[in-house]
Design a protein around this ligand. Structure first.
Ligand code: NAD
Length: 354
């Protein structure tokens, strides 16, 4: 493990720890963006990055997003993220995640890991053999745990309801929602929205999954590109980051954007472009906090009803954010950022449990 001075970033991280596993050839970084509110918590992403630099840039962005998300969700956690650059060809996956677990252990509780894109409950099981600073393990005995996606979907649905009332004066049962990506979160979101009476349009490259959504929810299926310029009320990005760039924002015909994908804005100024077009953008790091709330509950020993109550609190935070945006003449994205940064800046310094 080696520690390097971080690159310049919009808000500099406290520490960047590099990880290298000589046996599998895997490399990566753990970014501790902030520990002001508690241990830096955020999942571990494993991907075939083109370079170490690409992996580090992704980790820096994601760790900052986690710091904002955890602060806004009022969790006793700072923000962090691990990114592993997977080796090409065959490798011993269990050994890799045990090596990663040993690096997490060396941080003595300053970083808490969990699943993210490209990692699974099984991978976290390997990490747990080396350190107890890990969540996302199978749920047991009424305790939170396992796949956090249904909680993420619940938080997005709650925030969407607030956004639709605010922008359109309507209920979810009155509107058409287009869901981009029917993975763990997107499909669960469709289930909730269908129960709430929304009309659904979906885009998903796995055609059998799209067909299942058409069958179960009466959803109309479109290509992802067509969905981004369709006449809809709400767009719910639940696949990729950076989906809201100059071109897609110019072509959007939705009144609200509210979805689970991390880092939906290709650049910060897209928040202003959306506002100029009178599109209410619900900040991703506010609305998609359900998963990390569940992870926090697992790590801190809460019970499932406590997790549900906190996830439902996302609706309240969405209302607070809209009120602050109106007060400050800011976009909801910038208002949410300001609320989170205030919390981090005014946090009492505290010791992180080892
Ligand atoms: P996932 O990998 O299960 O699902 C992503 C889905 O998007 C897949 O079904 C994939 O086929 C589809 N997809 C890929 N490219 C697409 C395209 N161009 N158009 C439409 N669909 C496309 O991931 P997930 O766990 O459901 O997470 C979705 C997003 O939400 C990610 O950005 C993730 O970082 C974010 N997120 C997830 C959680 C969680 O609890 N899982 C929490 C917070 C944020």
């Amino acid at each position: 493990m080696s520690r390097t001075a971080p690159d310049a970033h919009s808000l500099p991280p406290e520490e960047v720890v590099s990880f290298h596993d000589a046996d599998t050839g895997a490399s990566g970084v753990i970014v501790l963006h902030s520990t002001a509110l508690g241990p830096a918590a955020g999942g571990c992403r494993a991907w075939h990055y083109a370079s170490d630099r690409a992996a580090t840039v992704d980790a820096l962005r994601l760790a900052e997003g986690m710091a904002l998300k955890n602060a806004l969700a009022d969790l006793p956690f700072g923000g962090g993220k691990a990114v592993i650059r997977l080796p090409q060809g065959d490798f011993d996956r269990a050994a890799l995640f045990r090596a990663f677990g040993r690096t997490v252990r060396e941080l003595k509780g300053r970083y808490v890991t969990a699943e993210d894109v490209g990692t699974s409950v099984e991978d976290m099981g390997m990490v747990a053999r080396e350190t107890h600073h890990v969540a996302g393990l199978p749920a047991s005995g009424g305790r939170p745990g396992g796949d956090p996606s249904p909680w993420t979907a619940l938080g997005v649905a709650q925030a969407m309801q607030v956004a639709v009332r605010h922008r359109l004066g309507a209920e979810l049962s009155d509107v058409t929602v287009a869901v981009q990506g029917l993975g763990h979160v997107g499909y669960a979101l469709c289930e909730l929205l269908h129960e709430m009476g929304a009309r659904l349009i979906v885009a998903e490259p796995r055609s059998e999954v799209a067909a299942r959504a058409a069958d179960r929810f009466g959803a109309m299926v479109m290509s992802s590109r067509a969905l981004l310029s369709a006449r809809i009320d709400v767009l719910a990005p639940c696949a990729l980051g950076a989906v809201l760039d100059a071109e897609t924002v110019a072509g959007l015909r939705a009144s609200v954007v509210c979805g689970a994908a991390n880092n939906q804005l290709a650049s910060e100024d897209m928040a202003d472009r959306l506002a100029e077009r009178d599109i209410l953008y619900a900040p991703d790091f506010l609305v998609n906090a359900g998963g990390i709330i569940n992870v926090a509950g697992e790590y801190l020993g809460w019970r499932a009803p406590d997790v549900r109550k906190r996830v439902q609190g996302i609706a309240l935070r969405m209302e607070e954010t809209l009120a602050r945006a109106a007060r400050d003449g800011a976009t909801p994205h910038h208002a949410a950022r300001a609320i989170a940064q205030d919390r981090i800046a005014h946090a009492p310094r505290q010791a992180v449990a080892a």
